[in-house]
Design a binder for this molecule. Structure first.
Ligand code: GRF
Length: 208
């Protein structure tokens, strides 16, 4: 199997993108970040990509609405296809994608979320976990479907909640696991692939 070509969509600091880029440079990721797209001109993710010589483009939706308008979504798909992207990673992308992207990349869009889904979907997952008083939270890599943070789960990592944790301290501890989990999951997709059975995902055997 050839390494997979990734398109990463990111709105902010882009530390998960950074983890993918570092792993690729270190030779521990069987994938290539072919393109980074952002909805925000100030996204550090764009700079991180350009610093590594990776194509990076702003596609500004020019709207504050979370859900991308169909014509904007079509521009994202066009850019991804123009770079021969075969998997899309939402890594801190603050917009909701819809059927145009999800049909173009059916079962090939991933998201990383900072909680053990299905607990605490949506915004401020770490704050929700603290407010609820759970003792274990974590992060989830899942396939993206139309409903937000609800697609089939590919991988999860548990992270303990400590007495005295703030949103910041818990987020920091979870983020370390996010970086590891995202890289491992993308690498596993590239090397093994999976079969989807309803909501369940079964990994193929490692090729001999
Ligand atoms: C991460 O916590 C991710 O789980 C969530 O948004 C944050 C993005 O962080 N979806 P970064 O931009 O990758 O640093």
């Amino acid at each position: 199997m050839a390494p997979i070509q990734l398109g990463v969509l990111a709105s902010g600091r882009g530390s998960n993108l950074g983890a993918l880029l570092e792993a690729e440079a270190a030779g521990t990721l069987y994938a290539h970040v072919a393109l980074v797209l952002s909805d925000r001109p100030e996204a550090a993710a764009l700079r991180r990509a350009r610093d590594r010589g990776v194509a990076a483009r702003l596609i500004d939706p020019e709207s504050r609405r979370a859900r991308l308008a169909p014509e904007v979504e079509a521009r994202y798909v066009e850019a991804l296809q123009a770079h021969q992207v075969d998997w899309v990673v939402l890594a801190g992308f603050f917009r909701i994608v819809g059927s145009i992207l999800l049909n173009a990349y059916a079962d090939r869009v991933l998201n990383i979320h900072p909680s053990l889904l299905p607990s605490f979907p949506g915004l401020d997952a770490q704050g929700q976990a603290l407010a609820h008083g759970v003792r274990i939270s974590g992060c989830t890599v899942h396939l993206v479907e139309a409903a937000v943070d609800a697609g089939p789960i590919l991988a999860q990592a548990a992270v303990p909640v400590e007495d005295g944790d703030s949103v910041e301290s818990l987020s920091e501890r979870i983020l370390v696991q996010e970086h590891r989990l995202l890289v491992e999951t993308v690498d596993r997709i590239a090397r093994r692939g999976f079969i989807r059975d309803g909501r369940r995902v079964r990994w193929n055997r490692e090729p001999a």
